[in-house]
Write a protein that binds this ligand. Structure first.
Ligand code: ATR
Length: 281
């Protein structure tokens, strides 16, 4: 139930494109609840003060998107292990007179792959492409599923090495330079694109094309009306299944809703609804 005056928002810059208000409205509708959730444009460099203004207006929960995920982490005085692992937060909750932050992106990714696409991560060989914020958010939730091997591939090898350094102990994890060659011809069951290469019209390609194990899944954190360039590239090179990141977007939002409201919304109808809205443009 909505308590009077409780407000929620997604905060970013730009923010006009955000589908989060629509997703949370659909969750609330499905649960017979109501929610006051809006898109909030925050001036660049002004996150902390804007969060104070939001709080003063009754704000108790926020999703945070680019470029403020590190600011959100810094503003919180209590941080979940997932947020600490990512060094960034996409979730804020005001309770006991302070901001608690979390990172629900990686959990959203794992839920979409395992629950919606039916592909277990446990015991699998996984290639995570990218070593920026998106990859950092995914690392701990992936490792918690106990894959047989997690390889982080990045254009800049040193960044991938720095990303995995804290996790080497006790995990089968290593780093790969994407201009190099994969060691001993390893094939991956799951290849996840967490780079921003497609924003620049590029592909985050390893030098080899022999990347995919039989029945492999190629997953792009990006989504769009059409299959992404990475999805098309993966299909042409032997990935049996490809998926974009629309399900991840909805699942990270569902995890946020659950943490704020204590109830898990149904995601399948919301993903289907968004998919059809996306197709209509
Ligand atoms: P985000 O927070 O979205 O992850 P980021 O921190 O800027 O964004 O990281 C972008 C990631 O995409 C990095 O891994 C980057 O590789 P580098 O570390 O080598 O910069 C990767 N990336 C961006 N453009 C790319 C391109 N054209 N080809 C391959 N990788 C690219």
């Amino acid at each position: 139930m909505l308590r009077a005056g409780e407000r929620f928002a997604v905060i970013g810059n730009p923010i006009g494109h955000s589908r989060s208000p629509r997703i949370h409205a659909l969750f609330a509708h499905g649960l017979g609840q109501s929610i006051d959730y809006v898109a909030r444009l925050c001036p660049l460099g002004d996150f902390a003060r804007d969060l104070e203004r939001f709080r003063a207006s009754g704000g108790i929960g926020a999703n945070v998107t680019l470029p403020f995920k590190i600011d959100a982490y810094a503003c919180a005085t209590e941080r979940s292990p997932r947020a600490q692992a990512a060094g960034a937060a996409n979730f804020l909750h005001w309770h006991d007179s302070h901001w608690f932050c979390d990172n629900t992106d990686g959990a959203g990714l794992v839920r979409d792959i395992e629950n919606n696409l039916g592909v277990a991560l446990r015991g699998r060989s996984i290639l995570l492409l990218g070593a920026g914020g998106a990859a950092r958010g995914a690392l701990l939730p992936i490792l918690e599923r106990e894959p047989a091997h997690l390889c982080v591939g990045n254009r800049t090898h040193a960044t991938a090495q720095a990303l995995i350094a804290p996790w080497r102990e006790g995990h089968a994890i290593d780093a790969l330079a994407l201009d190099g060659h994969l060691s001993d011809g390893e094939r991956f069951d799951i290849v996840i694109n967490a780079t921003s290469a497609s924003l620049h019209g590029d592909l985050p390609l390893p030098a080899t094309s022999d990347l995919f194990a039989p029945t492999a899944l190629a997953y792009d954190m990006m989504y769009g009306r059409e299959p992404t360039p990475f999805m098309r590239w993966a299909s042409a090179r032997g990935a049996t299944r490809v998926s974009d990141g629309l399900g991840m977007l909805v699942e990270q939002a569902a995890e946020s809703y659950r943490l704020w409201r204590g109830v898990q919304p149904e995601t399948a109808p919301v993903i289907a609804q968004l998919r059809s809205e996306l197709a209509r443009g």
